[in-house]
Design a binder for this molecule. Sequence first.
Ligand SMILES: [Zn+2]
Length: 195
Amino acid sequence: MRNDLCEACKRNEINVVEKSDDPNQPYKLCNQCHERLLKYSLRPIEWYNLAVVHSPKKFLLHDDLYEEDGEACQPEEDVFVTKKDKAPTLRAVRNDLESLLDFSITRWFLEDDVINALKKHNTQKTLSSVKSRFYETENYEVKSRMLEIVADVLGTSASGWVRELWENYDEEFLYPISWATASSLPAEEGLNNII
Ligand SMILES: [Zn+2]
């Protein structure tokens, strides 16, 4: 993936760094996508690509403005959607681990259909990708979603990593680490950490 392309369309060069939603993790966009972002008029694939990086819980991407398939609900300009502008569906991504993990980040909740699709993948590969995604981002929602996957998909096979997390944890992740702990560590050890 090239870093100098617009995060939304992944085709044009970056012209604008938009900090209004999160000064620590601004959107990096071309002029056209920037305008569509501010007018709540992103195309589904553009919304999806941004949600993979920033989560769908940011103000400009959240669920009052876009459906789960990325369709704009309150666009301030007409949105023209051709076939190539549609966001991926679970069916389209389920057999590819990285695409499926991307998809999981774009969901408001980690639902059973995504959990079951993730469970079909190799556990060690999933753990390794979940870990690197956790450390590569500063985004709280994305990090939390990775810990939810530990809790709901990986369970005890992630116990080594969950122990590491307790050795050096950040207080804002106490809750998500606790979910992961409940399913990954023996009850007594987990409880001692949480207390
Ligand atoms: Zn763009």
